[in-house]
Design a protein around this ligand. Structure first.
Ligand code: SF4
Length: 469
C-alpha cells in the first residue's frame, strides 16, 4: 500500500506535460542549431529532438532499387536476429542518454521483413524500452501471415498493441512479387492498397492500432507521376507520404546520371499539384528546409487542408502558443487517457489554451466549410520531402566538421549547415557519437558493412520464408 505522498508524486509524474530529460535534450538541441535553422517554425528544440534511425543491424535486402542507399557490401551480410536485437538495444541506449526518451525511431537498414517475426518484434520492444516510438521500414513485399506473427506472441496473444510501418513503393524497385518490373507508378497502386489493407485487417482481427507512412524515391523518370500518386493514394490508409529526390549516395553501381535534373522545387510543385493547393512548408520546419519540407493537414473529400494556414497571423500565433504550452507533450504513442489528462491539467493551469484552441477550430471549420466536413470523412495526411545529400558533398563537409572547421567554400558550407541542423541521426555506441544519416550512408557505411561481412558471413541458402509467408 503506497502512502498518499508517493501516490501524488506518481500521479504528477504520470501526467506531467513533459519528461525533464526530454526538456533538457530539447534545450540542448536548440542551442546546437545553426542560426540558419532557428526559424519561427523550427520544431527541433521546441517540440522534438529529431528522428532516430538504426544502422548496421540488418543490412541485407531482397529487392533491387536504383538508387540504393546501402553500400555494395550490404547484401553480403547475413541477417542475424541476435545481432539485430543487441545492436538496436545499444544504439537506442545511446539515443536515450543523449536525446531523452521521446523520439520517433526508425528500425531501418536493409529489409526489415527478412528478420524472423520474433526477432523483428524483439527489436521493436527493445526500442520501446528506451522510450522512442519505433517504425519499421520495409519494401512492403510481405504477407499478412508475417504481420500476424509479428504482433502475436507464441501464446497467440497480442505482444505489439500498436505498430508503425513505412513502406517504400516506387517503379525503380525491382523484384517485387507479382510486379518485378513496374511499368509506372500507377501499376503499383494495387500493391500500395493491398499493403495498407493488411493493417486494417490486423486492426479488425486483433485490435492492433497502426500508423502507416509511404516512401517514394523521385527521379526524372517518375517526377511527372508524383501528383497522381498523391491524388490516387490519399485514402488508402497512409498517414504520411514522404518523397525523396534521388541522391548520389550508397551503391554507385545503382546510380543513374540524371538525378540532378530533379530539383526540390519541382518535386514540391508535383505534391502541390496532387493536393490541389499550395503547401507552405515554413509553418513547421524540421531542421533545414533544404533537407526537409513538411506540411500537416487533412483531406476532406477531394481537397487537402492544412491544420494551420501560414498566411493567417492568428494561425501562426496558435503555432507559437502550441510550442510554448504543449511543446514538451508527447502526442505519439502516449495512451489516450494519459494524454487527455495531461492536456486537461495544462488547460487548467493555462486557461488561455482553451480559448486559443477553440478559436483555431472555428477558423478551420470556416475554411473547410461545415457542409464539407459533414459530408466527408476527415483523413489526416501529412506530406514530406526529404532530400538526402550526395556523398561527394557530405564527405568533405564532414571531414572539416570533425576538425571543428567551417568551410570557406559556399557549397561545402551549405552542406555543413544542413548537417549541423540534421533531423535524422544514427547512433554509434562504440564511440558515443550521433551522426547524420547522410554521413552514415556517405562516409561510414562502406567500412561498417565490410566489417559486418566478416562478422556475419552470408549463409549459403537464401532465407525467403518471411516473404513467402
Ligand atoms: S540525413 Fe542528411 S538530408 Fe537528412 S536531415 Fe540529416 S543532413 Fe539533412
Amino acid at each position: 500500500m503506497v502512502d498518499m505522498g508517493t501516490f501524488i508524486r506518481r500521479l504528477t509524474r504520470a501526467f506531467r506535460p513533459g519528461d525533464p530529460q526530454f526538456a533538457a535534450a530539447m534545450a540542448r538541441r536548440w542551442a546546437e542549431l545553426p542560426a540558419s535553422a532557428r526559424t519561427p517554425g523550427q520544431v527541433l528544440g521546441r517540440h522534438a529532438v529529431g528522428c532516430e534511425g538504426t544502422h548496421g543491424v540488418f543490412p541485407k535486402c531482397d529487392l533491387a532499387c536504383t538508387p540504393c542507399y546501402h553500400s555494395r557490401d550490404a547484401n553480403r551480410v547475413r541477417v542475424d536476429g541476435a545481432h539485430t536485437v543487441a545492436q538496436v538495444g545499444a544504439q537506442m541506449g545511446l539515443f536515450r542518454a543523449r536525446r531523452g526518451p521521446r523520439a520517433h525511431a526508425q528500425l531501418i537498414g536493409g529489409e526489415v521483413s527478412l528478420l524472423a517475426p520474433d526477432d523483428h518484434a524483439a527489436a521493436l520492444l527493445a526500442m520501446r524500452r528506451h522510450g522512442p516510438e519505433p517504425m519499421s521500414f520495409s519494401h512492403g513485399d510481405f504477407g499478412y501471415d508475417y504481420l500476424e506473427k509479428l504482433v502475436l506472441g507464441a501464446d497467440g496473444r497480442v505482444r505489439l498493441p500498436r505498430v508503425s510501418f513505412a513502406a517504400h513503393f516506387d517503379m525503380f524497385m525491382f523484384g517485387r512479387r507479382g510486379i518485378p518490373r513496374p511499368a509506372d507508378e500507377a501499376s503499383l497502386n494495387p500493391y500500395r492498397e493491398r499493403f495498407a489493407a493488411m493493417f486494417a485487417r490486423l486492426r479488425r482481427e486483433h485490435r492492433v492500432r497502426y500508423f502507416l507512412a509511404h516512401n517514394m524515391t523521385v527521379t526524372p523518370g517518375n517526377l511527372g507521376q508524383v501528383a497522381a500518386v498523391v491524388r490516387d493514394c490519399r485514402a488508402m490508409g497512409y498517414g504520411m507520404f514522404s518523397f525523396q529526390p534521388a541522391a548520389f549516395v550508397g551503391d554507385d553501381r545503382r546510380w543513374r546520371e540524371d538525378y540532378r535534373d530533379v530539383t526540390s522545387d519541382q518535386v514540391w510543385a508535383q505534391i502541390e499539384l496532387g493536393a490541389g493547393t499550395t503547401l507552405d512548408y515554413h509553418v513547421f520546419e524540421h531542421g533545414d528546409v533544404r533537407c526537409n519540407r513538411v506540411v500537416y493537414g487533412f483531406w476532406a473529400g477531394d481537397r487537402w487542408f492544412p491544420f494551420l494556414d501560414g498566411t493567417d497571423p492568428r494561425d501562426l500565433a496558435a503555432r507559437d502558443a502550441f510550442f510554448r504550452y504543449l511543446g514538451p507533450v508527447s502526442f505519439t504513442g502516449t495512451p489516450a487517457v494519459s494524454l487527455a489528462v495531461t492536456l486537461m491539467l495544462i488547460a487548467a493551469r493555462r486557461p488561455q489554451v482553451i480559448a486559443l484552441a477553440a478559436r483555431w477550430l472555428v477558423r478551420v471549420i470556416r475554411r473547410v466549410r461545415l457542409g464539407r466536413l459533414l459530408r466527408h470523412r476527415v483523413r489526416p495526411v501529412s506530406y514530406v520531402m526529404h532530400q538526402f545529400m550526395d556523398a561527394a558533398d557530405v564527405a568533405p563537409a564532414w571531414k572539416l566538421m570533425r576538425r571543428g572547421e567551417a568551410s570557406g567554400d559556399p557549397r561545402v558550407r551549405a552542406t555543413q549547415e544542413r548537417l549541423a541542423a540534421c533531423s535524422y541521426a544514427m547512433a554509434h555506441p562504440e564511440d558515443g557519437t550521433l551522426v547524420p544519416a547522410c554521413v552514415q550512408h556517405a562516409v561510414l557505411d562502406p567500412a561498417e558493412n565490410r566489417e559486418l561481412r566478416r562478422l556475419l558471413p552470408i549463409a549459403e541458402i537464401r532465407n525467403t520464408a518471411a516473404r513467402d509467408a
